[in-house]
Design a protein around this ligand. Structure first.
Ligand code: NAD
Length: 504
């Protein structure tokens, strides 16, 4: 069976009408083999405008439905995802190149955030605040915001949508999704599952969820449309630089989830067996194509040689290849040829800065000449310079030696990005300093685990050029609602705040 046949069966199983992926000008290719697996149709300006109009119409109704009833839709969606986990997870593997357990894990993450959002649908509460005026009560309420545009990256083709959509929907907002142009099939599949869920309930307005297939142009339609109240955009810093100012220009809300340059510090007191495993997963897993992938490693000089030696053994033995063709594969392909070229250019640049490169070569070329599998690269750097300061979306780990903890901490923070970070240490002085106000400047700071693989219960996002947005758990839902502060006078006098007198 060809990959295209496999995809056809999966999409039929998931309920996607065949005309949506069998014709169209945009070829969809699988990074597993490089072959074309489907053809999709891009949204046009008029179809996008129509989808936004339908979302706006749906909003007027959806915002009046009690939040726990909105949660019921997300509960049913979560059940659809449970039933479809195997098929959708396999489609993620085929379209994004993740190993099978990561494809399944991504769908599990969708199920988890649906469960979270169902509970949240009964907890969208505001505060009651002590008023300074007698016979007055002050309170805040949270109301739905309006249509939410969701722009997503290729590397988490479905989970990122669900982090946003599950929350946006219980908060009373329709969603319009512009998935990565590299992964439109998983988006069509999720939309079909959404429609299945909506059809099982009465009173779900039409147009509550829509997908706009296409590239940057389609994303810009969401960014520029005044009816789209919030745009949550996940992708590169370059994308954020374009999208952020355009949203700000029309005073729209934004959640920006951009690139990272994540680091770990390995201290002399660390459990090194644990640290090797955690670092291998964080740096090599998903072929280095997670926003939270480990890219910089600071190792204390006293353990450096032994520790880096152990890491190299792991690097040399990790199983790489097509997860559908080989058993026990831990590392799949890079997304495309351009990612491979960028990786090679970056390694060449690292050498010019004195980097000693271990790994990084193309493999599996004979079996799959149009796919790009690489051995992960470990680069010993004399200093944090050149390519170490930016994110290259590939499995490159820069390793640097340190002697003083404060020096490592300063270097850790001395990059423009601020997504995720971790420390391996059993010394409470180091650990607590790392987590303190003068410690890691990232949105995520972990202890004795790597920087990647977040759970949905916490707020996810990062600082500095990572964009400042927060998604998923904790109180991230507040970004999807508007806050109203109300003061109610239940007396017969009119005392003014701050003791102001205005006697007429
Ligand atoms: P990308 O920036 O190339 O594309 C991301 C999305 O933005 C795509 O849907 C693309 O079509 C769209 N887009 C690009 N330019 C646009 C514009 N001007 N207007 C509107 N939409 C536009 O990113 P990618 O290669 O798909 O993903 C990898 C990047 O995403 C990495 O930098 C990674 O760190 C980042 N990422 C960040 C997070 C996070 O939560 N912080 C999560 C996943 C990925």
């Amino acid at each position: 069976m060809t990959l295209a046949n496999d995809v056809d069966l999966l999409l039929q199983d998931l309920g996607v009408p065949r005309h949506l992926y069998s014709q169209g000008s945009r070829a969809v290719r699988s990074p597993l083999t490089g072959e074309t697996i489907a053809r999709v149709l891009d949204a046009t300006v008029s179809s996008a405008t129509e989808a936004i109009a339908r979302a706006q119409h749906a909003f007027l109704e959806w915002r009046t439905i009690p939040a726990p009833q909105r949660g019921e839709l997300v509960r049913v969606l979560g059940n659809e995802l449970r039933s479809a986990k195997t098929a959708l997870g396999r489609l993620v593997t085929i379209e994004a190149g993740k190993i099978l357990s990561e494809g399944q894990g991504e769908v599990q993450e969708m199920i988890d955030i649906c469960d979270f959002a169902v509970g949240l649908s009964r907890q969208l509460y505001g505060l009651t605040i002590a008023s300074e005026r007698p016979n007055h009560r002050m309170m805040e309420q949270w109301h739905p915001l309006g249509p939410v545009g969701i722009i997503t990256s290729f590397n988490f083709p479905v989970a990122v949508w669900s982090w946003n959509a599950a929350l946006a929907l219980v908060c009373g907002n329709p969603v319009i999704w512009k998935p990565s142009e590299k992964t439109p099939l998983t988006a069509l599949a999720v939309q079909a599952l959404f429609e299945r869920a909506a059809a099982k309930l009465d009173g779900i307005p039409a147009g509550l969820s829509a997908v706009l297939i296409g590239g940057r142009d389609a994303g810009e339609l969401l960014v520029d449309d005044p009816r789209v109240a919030l745009v949550s955009a996940t992708g590169s810093i370059a994308m954020g630089r374009m999208v952020g100012p355009r949203l700000a220009a029309r005073f729209a809300r934004s959640i920006l989830e951009l690139g990272g340059n994540n680091a770990s510090i390995v201290c002399p007191s660390a459990d090194l067996d644990l640290a090797v495993r955690a670092i291998a997963f964080a740096a090599i897993g998903t072929a280095g194509q997670r926003c939270t992938s480990l890219r910089r490693l600071f190792v204390h000089y006293s353990i450096y040689d032994a520790f880096v030696g152990r890491l190299k053994q792991v690097y040399a033995s990790v199983r790489i290849g097509n997860p559908l063709a080989k058993d026990d594969v831990l590392v799949g392909p890079l997304i495309d040829e351009m990612a491979f070229q960028k990786m090679q250019e970056t390694l060449a640049e690292a050498r010019t800065f004195g980097g000693i490169v271990f790994g990084g070569a193309r493999v599996e070329e004979k079996q799959d000449p149009a796919a790009y599998y690489v051995t992960p690269a470990l680069v010993e750097m004399p200093a944090q310079t050149g390519p170490v300061l930016r994110e290259t979306f590939a499995p490159i780990l820069y390793v640097m030696k340190y002697s003083e903890f404060d020096e490592a901490l300063a270097l850790h923070n001395d990059v423009p990005q601020g997504l995720s970070s971790s420390i391996f240490s059993t010394n409470m002085h180091e650990v607590e300093k790392f987590l303190s106000a003068r410690g890691s400047d990232c949105g995520i700071a972990n202890v004795n685990i790597g920087p990647s693989g977040a759970e949905i219960g916490g707020a996810f996002g990062g600082e500095k050029e990572t964009g400042g947005g927060r998604e998923a758990g904790s109180d991230s839902w507040k970004a999807y609602m508007r806050r109203v502060t109300s003061t109610i006078n239940f007396g017969h006098d009119l005392p003014l705040a701050q003791g102001v007198r205005f006697d007429i």
